[in-house]
Design a protein around this ligand. Structure first.
Ligand SMILES: N/C(=N\O)NCCC[NH3+]
Ligand SMILES: [Mn+2]
Ligand SMILES: [Mn+2]
Length: 314
């Protein structure tokens, strides 16, 4: 089993500077060492080199469309190549608009993939419904076949084509849903678990129902798109849109343990770590370390430890 790590230092899906430094702080928090302790071969592909297109005027209020579109075309190619080469891929963001390329590239290799979106937000605004025009609040709308009549031809996105149907997607951690998004979630009958559902059912039942919804008919590759703001801001303060009442550490780790245990994880995104938004260095480090824990747990690090290989002295 081989794992590839790809940094995507990109911020133009939203307005706050700093999230482009996410890959660096996650690596500096020891990601590669932590993954090397698991039984994989690790390949660090380094960071993609994005070009910010000058004179990238808004289109129907959508901000930086050409820059975000070009960045995601590059991400899509890189993810497709990595999955095609047999790697389990970890993409480090960068803002959540990067999922447009990450999931599309994955779907190129695995058209039957299913998507687990762990986030305080649904990120399913269309350009018309988006209150801000920031593309990191719209990535899922680009993926769903059912929304294509609602999607205009945005400059920079002519390469995209929808590949997902609403039953292939499950949300966990939602607690700040825009009105237009609520309408879409209900209209399309998308399966989602808000933080109220987590409180009512407990995370064990949420995972049981979520994985049954996605995998009971047929086992298929999983794309996990994990926005660090799914966690409570007390745990992940260095992020752009913190929302109170998020996942506990144990709930977040349980989610990733259960996903690992399916044996079906193929690509994961870890996005929205913004080291310039922590109140102090300790807050930034806590957020970066949490990102490393989530990734390591998704890839098989367990709380019960693992058997030492027999040639290790005890
Ligand atoms: N972190 C964010 N998405 O996950 N921000 C944008 C969402 C606004 N509705
Ligand atoms: Mn998000
Ligand atoms: Mn979010």
């Amino acid at each position: 089993q081989s794992v590839a790590v790809l940094g995507a230092p990109f911020s133009r899906g939203q307005k706050r500077g700093g999230v482009e430094h996410g890959p660096k702080v996650i690596r500096d928090a020891g990601l590669i060492d932590r993954l090397s302790g698991l039984d994989y071969s690790i390949h660090d592909f380094g960071d993609l080199n994005f070009h910010y297109i000058e004179k990238d005027e808004p289109y129907m209020d959508v901000k930086f469309p050409r820059t975000v579109g070009a960045a995601n075309k590059m991400v899509s190619g890189a993810v497709s190549r990595a999955v095609g080469a047999g790697h389990t891929l970890v993409m480090l963001g960068g803002d959540h608009s990067l999922a447009i390329g990450s999931v599309a590239g994955h779907a190129q290799q695995c058209p039957d993939l299913c998507l687990i979106w762990v986030d305080a937000h649904a990120d399913i605004n269309t350009p018309m419904s988006s209150p801000s025009g920031n593309l990191h609040g719209q990535p899922v709308a680009f993926m769903l076949k059912e929304l294509q009549d609602k999607m205009p031809d945005i400059p920079g996105f002519s390469w995209t084509k929808p590949f997902l149907t609403s039953r292939d997607l499950v949300y966990i951690g939602l607690r700040d849903i825009d009105p237009g998004e609520h309408h879409i979630l209900k209209d399309l009958g998308i399966q989602y678990f808000t933080m109220r559902d987590v409180d009512r059912l407990g995370i064990q039942r949420v995972m049981e129902v979520a994985l049954d919804h996605l995998l009971s008919r047929k086992q298929r590759p999983i794309h996990l798109s994990f926005d660090v703001d799914a966690f409570d801001p007390s745990l992940a303060p260095a992020t752009g849109t913190p929302v109170n009442g998020g996942l506990t550490y144990r709930e977040g780790i349980y989610i990733t343990e259960e996903i690992h245990n399916t044996g079906l994880l193929s690509v994961m995104d870890l996005v929205e770590v913004n080291p310039t938004l922590g109140a102090n260095p300790e807050a930034v480090q806590a957020t970066a370390l949490l990102a490393v824990d989530v990734i390591a747990s998704s890839l098989g690090q367990t709380r019960e430890g693992a058997r030492a290989s027999i040639d290790q002295n005890p």
